[in-house]
Design a protein around this ligand. Structure first.
Ligand SMILES: [Zn+2]
Length: 193
């Protein structure tokens, strides 16, 4: 004899099977997704005169480094300068190679050089600038993705935010941290034991 309880269970089973077969559960999950947004805060100005003397010196070091870039293939000369926590400045430029992938961006040349030279200090401020035919680019040059990831590592290693100044001759931007330029950085390695 079939009682009411069995009928209800059978009915529910059929409904669940139908929903599952037609991906109704997936649709429900999609409908539950939450929309989120990221806000990136930075400063922008049109003249180096807006900066303090220490920052102006760092920007000038980056421009000077760009002049010494080895970029015979792209003719896009990039200079970077890092002020270390101890006050020292390390500046370098992009180094290209006829076997293209063998070259390296100015940001990474500078970061590796800085950390090799001052392994016990953190990076305080970084300036990036670019130049074509000996003339500084008017707008800021953004670091590539690989350099952002490398710089993120040093920010985490140092335990201090790495302030970033992207310096064009007519437009400059200041970011409080490299994380502002790489909000979803790779940091999923398991902890070392
Ligand atoms: Zn790069």
């Amino acid at each position: 004899m079939i009682d009411n309880k069995s009928i209800i269970i059978s009915f529910l089973t059929i409904i669940l099977a139908y929903l599952y077969k037609n991906n109704k559960f997936v649709e429900l999950k999609v409908n539950e997704m939450i929309q989120k947004a990221i806000t990136i805060e930075y400063l922008e100005c049109s003249s180096i005169e807006e900066f303090c003397s220490a920052d102006r010196e760092l920007i000038e070091k980056a421009v000077e480094a760009a002049r010494n870039a080895y970029a015979p293939y792209s003719n896009f000369c990039v200079g970077a300068a890092i002020r270390m926590s101890g006050g020292e400045i390390v500046a370098a430029s992009n180094q290209e190679n006829s076997a293209y992938p063998s070259g390296l961006c100015a940001e990474r040349v500078t970061a590796f050089y800085a950390n090799a030279k001052y392994p016990d200090q953190y990076f305080d401020t970084l300036v990036i600038t670019a130049m074509v035919d000996g003339v500084q680019c008017e707008v800021p040059t953004n670091p590539c993705g690989a350099c952002r990831q490398v710089l993120m590592d040093y920010e985490l290693k140092g335990g201090h935010q790495l302030r970033v100044i992207l310096a064009g001759s007519k437009l400059l931007r200041v970011y409080p941290s490299i994380r502002a330029l790489l909000p979803f950085s790779f940091d999923n390695l398991p902890e070392q034991k």
